[in-house]
Design a protein. Structure first.
Length: 256
């Protein structure tokens, strides 16, 4: 058998395989689409202690969009429309929906991860890991630092162009705490005063920490670390009322 004949037979073989796979896939898809929905299964991706919406909540949203889904054929479930609806939920970052041969509607959801809760009179919000605001949800309370004080919130959370210097500063500071477990454990609240200066309220100790403006905050935390690990060994944690880090190359401590 010469080389040309072997090549010809190989081409015929692969052509037959491809036609078989195409036919089988079409038959498989048609058979699946005619089935009645056998269930809804939701899988979520999120830090366990920062969840804002549960799989049961998402299942209820699916049933809200398709009230009679349990008696519908799979072909009547428009996945693009369902994904678009679910993606409009404030806590959801990404949605991927698909159907299985067993008749299930599978929904995989990646949640937005809150890194800060902003509390204002009459209006609360979360700031997520990408720096975007989302409405407060009372269903779940993720373990994140809290920010209070004079924090301007835009009318439209989705319009990031209207975010203030304060919100940008809060995002940078929250990310820093998140990336440093020791500080994340110690700092439980951020307060912004009328002059847009930042105060930190720790879990351990009766003192407040004045950062001042948000610039050069990493250097300020290094000064605070030195104070904690050196001076506080002698003075204790409850000697000072205020630790002022806003001045360059110095730390000013005010006693009770």
């Amino acid at each position: 058998m010469n080389k040309q004949t072997r090549r010809y037979k190989a081409l015929i073989f692969w052509a037959v395989i491809i036609l078989y796979l195409v036919f089988s896939y079409g038959s498989f898809g048609k058979e699946t689409e005619q089935k009645v929905v056998s269930g809804i299964e939701v899988r979520t991706v999120v830090d366990s202690d920062k969840s804002l919406i549960s799989p049961d909540d998402i299942t209820r949203k699916v049933r809200q969009f398709y009230p009679g889904i349990d008696t519908m054929q799979l072909r009547s479930v428009e996945l693009d429309q369902l994904e678009h609806f679910l993606a409009g939920q404030p806590a959801i970052k990404r949605v991927d929906a698909y159907k299985t041969y067993a008749g299930k509607v599978m929904v995989e959801v990646e949640q937005r991860t809150p890194i800060l809760r902003i509390i204002k009179s009459g209006r609360n919000a979360y700031l997520d890991e990408s720096g975007k605001l989302m409405p407060f949800s009372g269903n779940y309370t993720p373990h994140v630092p809290v920010a209070t004080g004079f924090i301007p919130l835009p009318d439209d959370f989705a319009d990031t162009s209207k975010y203030s210097i304060v919100l940008t500063g809060l995002f940078e500071l929250s990310n820093f705490l998140r990336e440093n477990p020791v500080w994340e454990a110690q700092i439980e609240q951020i307060y912004v005063d009328r002059k847009q200066e930042f105060y930190l309220i720790p879990r351990v100790g009766r003192h407040h920490i004045l950062l001042g403006e948000i610039d050069d905050y990493e250097t300020k935390f290094k000064k605070l670390e030195a104070l904690y690990t050196q001076a506080f060994r002698e003075t204790g944690w409850n000697t000072y009322r205020l630790i002022n880090l806003k001045y360059k190359n110095q730390v000013v401590c005010t006693k009770y």
